[in-house]
Design a protein around this ligand. Structure first.
Ligand code: AKG
Length: 272
């Protein structure tokens, strides 16, 4: 296994900005997964809010080794930069034959920061099959700001995904993504370890910029998702442009002139 960080490409960053998540399937080696399952069964000690990530987990813990996996380290650095702090972590269990699912929710009250976001790592140390209560999420929902479970009455949205994955999968999500743990119809506990990280640096041009001008970046940022309404869905694209401008420092970037048009405020000229 390579030990260096694998930074995200611009196309991957644009996909994250558009969809609110990034899947890293099976990137964590079996040895770490086995230690993780044993640790999650026991429960993990808490970490005070704001602890520097580098100090939060001792070198002999699975979390320390999880964060050193090059694909994970590269995604974290690309999205929140060096030196993030721990917001909180949690062990999410879907109990065997629990009989119910969680309501759809976002892990945030309405959060209108235009130029900063937190990430959450969702780590699945064992395989998650279709009947095991994999996390349901709604691609492209992260910029539709909601207040926690206020969307709990929503049952199904076109394009939602219910996670199935191999052992050792990490899904990195924007803090605003709508999601819920589903019903586990198996006899086995389903574990997921969640770690929320706060940036401590401006989230500007932190990834591998080699493909910044690849047309695929624009295609990702303009992608229409199946649950978007004809009119309101336009606001998702608009908000992606604002976030991409913040992340790149390029305040001329646009998709279809939408942000440029409404930012146009010619200054009054003084007449001599
Ligand atoms: O258990 C799951 O799949 C998701 C749980 C979760 O992320 C939450 O409760 O916020």
């Amino acid at each position: 296994m390579s030990t260096s960080k694998q930074l995200l490409t611009s196309v991957e960053m644009a996909r994250f900005v558009a969809r609110g998540f990034l899947r890293l399937d099976g990137v964590v080696p079996p040895e770490i997964n086995e230690r993780a399952v044993a640790a999650l069964e026991q429960g993990l000690p808490g970490v005070p809010y704001g602890t520097p990530l580098a100090e939060a987990f001792a070198p002999d813990t699975f979390v320390h080794d999880l964060l050193a996996v090059p694909a994970v380290a590269g995604a974290v650095e690309s999205l929140v930069g060096p030196g993030p702090t721990v917001d909180h972590h949690a062990v999410h269990v879907r109990e065997p034959h629990e009989g119910q699912a969680q309501p759809l929710h976002g892990d945030a009250i309405i959060d209108v920061r235009p130029d900063a976001f937190d990430i959450q790592l969702m780590y699945y140390p064992h395989e998650v099959t279709a009947d095991m209560g994999g996390t349901l999420s709604v691609p492209g929902s992260h910029l539709r700001r909601i207040n926690e479970t206020d969307v709990g009455r929503v049952q199904n949205l076109r394009g939602q995904t219910r996670l199935t994955c191999p052992a050792g999968t990490v899904v990195v999500v924007h803090h605003g993504i709508w999601h819920s743990g589903r019903r586990n119809d198996t006899a086995r506990r389903r574990y997921m370890f969640k770690l929320r990280l706060n940036p401590t640096v401006p989230q500007v041009r932190l990834w591998d910029l080699a493909d910044l001008h690849d047309p695929a970046v624009n295609a990702e940022l303009g992608a229409w998702l199946p649950w978007y309404e004809q009119a309101t869905g336009r606001l998702e694209i608009y908000n992606r442009v604002l976030l991409w401008r913040a992340l790149t420092g390029d305040d001329t970037f646009d998709v279809d002139h939408w942000v440029t048009r409404v930012s146009n405020r010619p200054a009054l000229r003084s007449h001599a």
